[in-house]
Design a protein. Structure first.
Lengths: 238, 84
């Protein structure tokens, strides 16, 4: 059974939703606390959304120094899959496990609404259940989600195919504004060169079962479980 | 010996600074149309125990590079003064 560690920092607030989404697909999911020093034999690590350490200084800047983050870095260095969602993505950037940074939204407002994204990488541990270029609808909820990076880094991300999720182009008819935060190149999620560390701004755990109104994010969790079989009452669809 | 270090962290030149733009619009709405090029950053002050001003500055620079500023998006300026 896939063991999924959901990391909790002071200020994490998507921890239960993430745990539930992982449990719904049959994973053995459990919490680890930021002061812990090991991941309890995790196969997969998820850094959930929230406001770790009150977003003091910069979002994700303090969480990076948690004792547990050392273990997360070792896990990633050994090829273990790590997913950062929203604040988790900010932490991965601050920890230099992913390039670039997430800055204040272009419109200055906190945005909380569904957006449409395209899955550009389907060979990561978190996206292998999606068809290439699948379109998903998932909520975003962030004040600092505008992805930026040095021009050289952006060229590398694009050339190496490290963009995992991209907001749909602004030209496309969508009931939602396609790029909610002014992110460079409409980037909504990226991965490291090896593809095992993934950071995304949208919240798949808030779009992972029928009860929530959206199911587009469930593939992030079904991807983790080999030969995942639907259970008729979970409401989960890949 | 301790030194008072003043750190000024500013959004990197050329990167969109929506806070600065919003403040500029607000100033203009208040009738201060002569204001332009507004940018919003952050000031941090701290005491650093060190043997010399140079040592205090070197250590403060390391603090900035590792935590106080994000090298991807921000630049910083340091001022060091001896505490009396």
């Amino acid at each position: 059974m896939t063991r999924v560690a959901v990391v909790r920092f002071p200020g994490s607030n998507c921890d239960f939703d993430t745990l539930r989404a992982a449990e719904n697909v049959g994973a053995d999911a459990y919490f680890v606390w930021h002061r812990d020093t090991d991941l309890n034999n995790a196969d997969v690590v998820i850094l959930p959304g929230g406001f770790s350490y009150g977003d003091y200084l910069r979002a994700g800047a303090i969480a990076r120094f948690s004792p547990l983050m050392q273990a997360v870095q070792r896990h990633a260095a050994g090829g273990g899959p790590v997913l950062g969602i929203c604040n988790g993505f900010q932490i991965l950037c601050e920890a230099h496990m992913l390039p670039g940074a997430l800055m204040r939204n272009a419109g200055l407002s906190f945005v909380s609404k569904p957006v449409d994204v395209i899955v550009e990488r389907t060979d990561t541990a978190f996206t292998c259940d999606y068809e290439p270029n699948a379109r998903l609808r998932m909520p975003v909820a962030h004040g600092e989600g505008r992805y930026v990076a040095e021009p050289e880094t952006l060229r590398m991300l694009e050339a190496e195919g490290q963009v995992v999720l991209r907001y749909v182009p602004a030209t496309e008819r969508s009931p939602f504004q396609p790029n909610p935060n002014g992110a460079t190149n409409h980037i909504a999620g990226i991965c490291n060169p090896e593809g095992n560390v993934v950071g995304i701004m949208p919240h798949p755990e808030r779009a992972a079962e029928r009860l929530l109104g959206l199911t587009g994010g469930s593939g992030f969790f079904t991807s983790l479980v080999p030969a995942y079989e639907h259970s008729s009452n979970s409401g989960v669809q890949p | 010996m301790t030194y008072r270090v003043h750190v000024r962290v500013m959004p990197r030149e050329g990167l969109l600074d929506p806070q600065g733009q919003a403040v500029e619009h607000a100033l203009s709405a208040l009738g201060f149309e002569e204001a332009g090029g507004v940018r919003v950053g952050r000031a941090i002050e701290l005491d650093v125990a060190a043997d010399s001003r140079d040592q205090a500055e070197t250590r403060a620079r390391q603090m900035c590079d590792k935590l106080l500023a994000n090298p991807v998006t921000e630049d910083y300026l340091l001022e060091v003064e001896e505490n009396r």
